[in-house]
Design a protein around this ligand. Structure first.
Ligand SMILES: [Mn+2]
Length: 441
């Protein structure tokens, strides 16, 4: 199954099936200014993309359910030769009518006129209440005008947050979505392994970043899925280090957290490897410990298990590992009770991933009950250990080491599939890839 028009139409129908009556509004993303009159690269709104696969800006999807049935309307930019000369080709209204399986397509410049009519008689409006403030305000204004009009008997008074309905759908990936994630991972694998191979002392972190992003772009990924982290030595202890402007020192590890976005689907991979190509005994001991924990957590993944169970398993195993290595003292039970391990592992075991690198679905249902993993969900598993260079409570040999190992896991009917299992991860695989010395002559 591919992601064709029938697939998007099916998603819209499934969304409409979740509401009894009302209008759903899903706008395309808007441009963000970078400086004066130049913009950041445009990235489509994830929900909008999920529901129609359309990549243009200035568009709006309107889905309605009433007693009379359902109606799907798409607003797009009209063809405009002058504007297209500056900003690129547009699909236009008539081509959009042919492409999208909706009931009607209008030019976005008619949106207020059409919506003002369409929203008469509609009490419930489903909209993103917490994002795109400008759009929300605009719709508020439009509804206020309808409300003030005494000839309009019913107008929207009940604003409901629509995102949860779509997030729930997005949580379970189709086979076609998994293929996209695998394609993203295929590129991401090449990027990570190229960086491993190229890294050597004296290089700057941003040089590895450039190599990684060069692979992304030359392999057809338009963008990274998030800002690449290349953190040499102690920099790895800053969880979201993105300065990437330090020199790589011999004997240090380098942590790279990077993943491309391929056709709107993310990948999210972290690998940690030695700049000089060979782990020191202390680095290796820590690395093997984190890797063992990661493998055990991944192995626990199956339908029915809760994310909090994976978090607990991860923390217990890391605690035991840290005690065994002399990083923490006392029993695992007391360490966990006092939360002492959180100093060295302060983040979560992983997160949902899909069109967004952090897919937005909550970990709880509407009643506040924690979700259980289901076949089709994709999550990351990313245990780590972060020991600051000035931490006097830890044996000296471990100070200044930060390690994270992250893979992307699909929950299957019987267990899991590690979608990123081919990316070098064991000490032997990494050391085989890393050259680590400056070639001479
Ligand atoms: Mn992640």
């Amino acid at each position: 199954m591919s992601m064709d028009e029938a697939c998007y139409a099916q998603r819209r129908k499934r969304l409409l099936d979740q509401i009894e009556e009302g209008v759903i509004l899903i706008p395309a993303a808007t441009h963000c200014m970078r400086s004066n009159d130049t913009e950041y690269p445009f990235r489509q709104n994830s929900h909008f993309y999920y529901l129609c696969g359309f990549e243009e800006d200035h568009a709006l999807l309107v889905l309605q359910r009433s007693k009379k049935g359902t109606k799907q309307i798409l607003f797009v930019q009209k063809k405009d030769r002058t504007k297209e000369l500056w900003t690129g080709k547009r699909l236009g209204v008539s081509a959009a009518k042919k492409r999208f399986r909706v009931d009607a397509v209008y030019g976005i410049d008619n949106v207020d006129k059409v919506l003002s009519k369409r929203l008469q008689g509609v009490a419930h409006l489903y909209i993103d209440l917490y994002g795109n403030e400008k759009f929300l305000q605009h719709i508020h204004q439009l509804c206020a005008t309808l409300h003030a009009d005494r000839s309009v008997k019913v107008s929207p008074q009940n604003f409901l947050h629509v995102n949860g309905l779509i997030e729930k759908m997005r949580l379970i990936k189709s086979d076609a979505e998994i293929v996209r994630i695998e394609q993203a991972l295929h590129i991401t694998k090449e990027a990570h392994e190229k960086a491993m191979h190229a890294a050597q002392k004296g290089m700057m972190e941003y040089e590895l970043q450039a190599l990684i992003e060069q692979v992304f772009k030359t392999r057809g990924a338009k963008s990274d899925a998030y800002t690449t982290i290349v953190a040499g030595g102690n920099n790895a202890n800053t969880l979201h280090y993105i300065a990437n402007d330090s020199i790589l020192n011999a004997g240090d590890l380098v942590l790279i957290d990077a993943g491309c976005e391929y056709q709107m689907y993310a990948s999210d991979i972290t690998r940690t490897f030695p700049v000089s190509g060979i782990f020191s005994p202390a680095q290796r001991a820590l690395y093997e410990m984190v890797l063992q924990v990661q493998l055990e957590v991944i192995n626990a993944i199956r339908p029915g298990i809760k994310r909090s169970k994976l978090q607990e398993l991860c923390e217990v195993k890391l605690c035991k590992g840290m005690i065994a290595l002399g990083i923490l003292k006392g029993s695992c039970k007391t360490v966990r009770k006092k939360g002492k391990h959180k100093k060295y592992f302060p983040h979560g075991v992983g997160h949902w991933m899909g069109i967004d690198v952090h897919d937005q679905a909550p970990y709880y249902d509407d009643q506040g009950k924690e979700l259980r993993l289901e076949s089709g969900m994709v999550l990351t598993v990313e245990p780590g250990i972060y020991i600051d260079k000035n931490d006097k409570n830890v044996p000296k040999k471990y100070r200044g080491i930060g390690i994270r190992i992250e893979d992307n896991i699909l929950v299957t009917k019987t267990g899991y599939r590690n979608l990123s299992k081919d990316i070098a991860k064991s000490v032997a695989e990494i050391e085989a890839l890393c050259v680590g010395v400056t070639p001479t002559g």
